[in-house]
Design a binder for this molecule. Structure first.
Ligand code: HGY
Ligand code: MN
Ligand code: MN
Length: 411
């Protein structure tokens, strides 16, 4: 018999290919694209089969609801994101949704209803891989998004308001305070810790703070054959020096601090033209917000310095700021106990990756369960998870859910 854990993995695999991917030969599913809509359609069918009623909210998140014995009780939300990075693995995001569906399917099959409703939510934009923002859709649900943050265009110039959502209604995706008991997210670890410890799953203690900038370095485009080296204002070599400075500052910190330049665009982008403009992103993270802010400040000073020495101009725009987000201590205890009940050892770890849970913490208590992934690889098609580990995670989630109503009193 196929376990729920194995089915959750198989469903992620099904969504890893066309028409659920916008990319030939790999997975790229961005918010509000044809692949995104197709994946929502497939997921809606799985949610209905599991006994849920399905709706799409104003931010284009897909939500399946399974009633409890008291329809007016605050709901437990279980979820993660349906979007992916470019050339992604198949489990970062969808696995947490599929596990929510499996948890409800198991309850439905046993004709069991808990004292509270369960809603499984598939968030639309977590990765920020289409529009220059991230976690747009969980921010809409948690009520932390301002209307001016919706004035966004993707890389092709398509505005969010023209991408298939009613922008005037977008913020009505917010959940009213008091209507959500807790938010539970299961996710592949995306790191090496559980594998090194020989553990299938672990309880997450919190999520590192993130800061992101868009840098634009402007020099002068000129002829690559006639402009002597001393006369150049090369935006590319300036940007390269800046990137090395960013790496040095993060390395010298010798802590959990990390800094990444993940995207670079050079213009005009021809072999015989000195680049006149280079755009790149900077992502800075640490579990400690002060440390993250100090490093970001040091990076900004170093970049200004390099720009001025090289007679380049530099513009830096902050595009993303999320504080560190601790998980709820009582829910961590409940998760540890549920792990013990599956016959496994409890273990706690912090998340360097961002998750919708860090946004949902503004709305309700949050809990996260990490699942071992092979070689700690993620944001890469080589991402791999063992269905047996996913089944253990599902059992732990079931224990957590069943004990939630009995023992957890929201603060
Ligand atoms: O960037 C992140 O940490 C997440 O995977 N979106
Ligand atoms: Mn990711
Ligand atoms: Mn993710």
């Amino acid at each position: 018999m196929v376990t729920g854990g194995a089915r959750a993995v198989a469903r992620c695999d099904m969504l890893g290919v066309s028409p659920y991917s916008d990319m030939e030969g790999g997975l790229y599913r961005a918010y509000l694209t044809p692949a995104y809509t197709a994946a929502q359609g497939r997921l809606a069918g799985w949610m209905e089969e599991a006994g849920m009623t399905v709706r799409r909210d104003a931010a284009a998140n897909l939500i399946g609801r399974y009633e409890g014995t008291d329809a007016t009780a605050p709901a437990l939300l279980i979820g993660s994101h349906l979007d992916s990075v470019r050339d992604a693995g198949r489990y970062d995001g969808p696995l947490g949704i599929m596990l929510g569906v499996e948890a409800v399917a198991a309850l439905h099959q046993a004709d069991k209803h808990l004292p509270f409703p369960i809603e499984v939510i598939a968030f639309g934009d977590e990765e920020g891989s289409r529009f220059p923002a991230a976690m747009l859709t969980s921010r809409a649900v948690a009520g932390t998004l301002s209307p001016d943050a919706l004035d966004l265009r993707d890389g092709d110039g398509v505005a969010l308001k023209d991408a298939g959502v009613d922008i005037s209604a977008y913020l009505s995706a917010v959940r009213a305070p008091g209507t959500t008991l807790a938010y539970l997210e299961a996710h592949i670890e995306q790191g090496p810790v559980l594998e090194a410890k020989g553990l299938a799953i672990g309880t997450v203690t919190g999520i590192a703070a993130q800061l992101r900038f868009q840098a634009v370095v402007t020099g002068q485009a000129n002829h690559a054959g006639t402009t002597t080296m001393g006369l150049r204002r090369d935006a590319m070599t300036g940007a390269a020096e800046m990137m090395l400075a960013i790496e040095r500052i993060a390395r010298d910190d010798a802590s959990d601090l990390v800094a990444t330049v993940g995207r670079v665009d050079a213009l005009p982008g021809a072999p015989n033209v000195i680049p006149g403009e280079v755009r790149f992103t900077i992502d800075v993270r640490s579990g400690n917000e002060d440390r993250r802010n100090r490093a970001a400040q040091a990076i900004l000073v170093a970049l200004e310095d390099i720009a001025s020495t090289r007679h380049l101009s530099l513009s830096l725009q902050q595009i993303h700021d999320l504080p560190a987000s601790p998980c709820n201590p009582a829910l961590m205890d409940l998760m540890d106990a549920a792990i013990v009940d599956t016959g496994h050892s409890p273990f706690r770890l912090v998340s360097g990756a961002g998750h919708d849970a860090m946004v949902m913490a503004a709305l309700c208590p949050t809990a996260m369960l990490f699942i071992r992934c092979k070689d700690g690889i993620s944001h890469n098609p080589a991402e791999h998870v063992d269905p047996a580990d996913v089944e253990i995670a599902l059992q732990a989630m079931m224990g957590f859910i069943e004990n939630l109503g009995e023992t957890f009193v929201p603060a």
